[in-house]
Design a protein around this ligand. Sequence first.
Ligand SMILES: [Zn+2]
Length: 731
Amino acid sequence: MNADIDLFSYLNPEKQDLSALAPKDLSREQAVIELERLAKLISHYDHLYHDKDNPAVPDSEYDALVLRNRRIEQFFPDLIRPDSPSKKVGSRPNSRLPKIAHRAAMLSLDNGFLDQDVEDFLGRVRRFFNLKENQAVICTVEPKIDGLSCSLRYEKGILTQAVTRGDGVIGEDVTPNVRVIDDIPKTLKGDNWPEIIEIRGEVYMAKSDFAALNARQTEENKKLFANPRNAAAGSLRQLDPNITARRSLRFLAHGWGEATSLPADTQYGMMKVIESYGLSVSNLLARADDIGQMLDFYQKIEAERADLDFDIDGVVYKLDQLDWQQRFGFSARAPRFALAHKFPAEKAQTTLLDIEIQVGRTGVLTPVAKLEPVTVGGVVVSSATLHNSDEIERLGVRPGDRVLVQRAGDVIPQIVENLTPDVDRPIWRFPHRCPVCDSVARREEGEVAWRCTGGLICPAQRVERLCHFVSRTAFEIEGLGKSHIESFFADKLIETPADIFRLFQKRQLLIEREGWGELSVDNLISAIDKRRKVPFDRFLFALGIRHVGAVTARDLAKSYQTWDNFKAAIDEAAHLRTILQPSSEESEEKYQKRVDKELISFFHIPNMGGKIIRSLLDFFAETHNSDVVSDLLQEVQIEPLYFELASSPLSGKIIVFTGSLQKITRDEAKRQAENLGAKVASSVSKKTNLVVAGEAAGSKLSKAKELDISIIDEDRWHRIVENDGQDSIKI
Ligand SMILES: [Zn+2]
């Protein structure tokens, strides 16, 4: 069977017979059906890929479909459909961003998969230029980065516009977004640039940055990106450039569009000039004299592929001589002078041996597939991510199943298909207890992740919790940073929060540690002793109960004033929860709502809903958590919070801070405002009374101007604080 057909035949089981036939073996009638199917399928994938930043299939499979379509069209040129995928470069851009027409069409490249395709490419060049046998065809070679194509327009050396490829004719205006990408200079270096030049290349995300981004998404319970390309596309195509700025995007130049003059006469020379302008160009870019060197390069890059910090899906060959490029020209869809030599799909079949649960530092339970080791794209793979319980359910995998594993465009291998769903095997059930500490695991409404509730005792989470415990908004222990916690924890000097307050007993041990001395240890011990009295709200917040942030902790402390009052209320609520039983006709959902309603009215604290209450009760219901708290209470004393309503001209006013404050942190500003009896809101609305604008204040400031709200700068705010809220400003 032909290799490129093998890649996708399993995708369409209902039409397997037809799609399994090689293009040359199709009858006319079959070709009509097959071309229609391919046009629809490719257009569907285009839509998902470009507009939703969500690939339904790996690029290699998509490419195989496009190639098959083109091959069939070669055999039946009169059957080419008006909506043929070979007439399109990509799908049209979606509608969120402003549209801009490219001044010079931004085409994609023709693809080849086989060595024969490279030979054919060189053959076409030789015939076109009528070359003698001893005449060399020199090509540049470089890896093909899997990113989002973008054209950067520089006028007189200044970046004036950035446009995505879109459909090759019209793209999206991403000028504000690329301005926040470090790799993209706002001004070209040197002075030998053409009056106008459009530099083209790929915006991409490094694999390491992609992994970090997805880890963050997991923590924040947000949707994961399928691969770096989609993460890059999703990050670049934002209406708000601030979001783009938070993602680590890079740019690699590989060509140019409109240019008023060309400062070099070869592709290689041009790329070196572009590099001298201050743009990144692949450091693997080279020149090849013949097909042997080209294929050597292809194999070398394929072997190194897994170790590169960016995703690539092949290598690109371009005729080096620019006058040859111009003479050889373009087809409707692609330049004739270039070829993308793509890598085959990185997929393999193996057996799923087991599903293990790993517990992350914040308690998220992640299922990991243990596989019979198999080589995928040159790398031995023995485990793959299964993301979460939904994914396991979707795939329907159970230990023992044969599975299809893929590495294409992804850092961590993943299972894409269960090949033996029909074999009778027990369903694998996601555990409801933490495999590390045996605490109950919970999955909250609307969330995909299961989490261990044993935060303070779960070894997997302890370091993170201890860091939270000593952090600035919690116990604020000076001189006890994350690295200290980590090394003290590793040596069993600190295992629970209470151990911190017993560190003095290990004074001698500490002094002997590398990097410590008598003075620094005594300083640390005295910093710890200073916190033996702790305000109620800080104590509660320091426990790291899920959903109980600083604000909720403060609200609870205000409401109950003493720890004993609070603890009594928790016990009473827990009792209430146990006596509320579901009635026989009540659905689980209705019952849960009824319980929430009862508990919310029991606590009666503004902004405290069912989610927070459940989390609080769950926390104290676990004996090991209560133990940690009692242990801690042997060492520290909780100061009740007798909240006095401040009376100042700002009492009851709503203040919004925006931009970056130079002299104090946001936290401190917030506390200052609260001390003056004001409330701090995070967004500007009609109810806002005052906006304090720091440096580089953005949309909130403009909104405040729009709504005619009083605006002051940071210095003015400090004067107000010094004068206990007195100020001439009318708010
Ligand atoms: Zn645990």
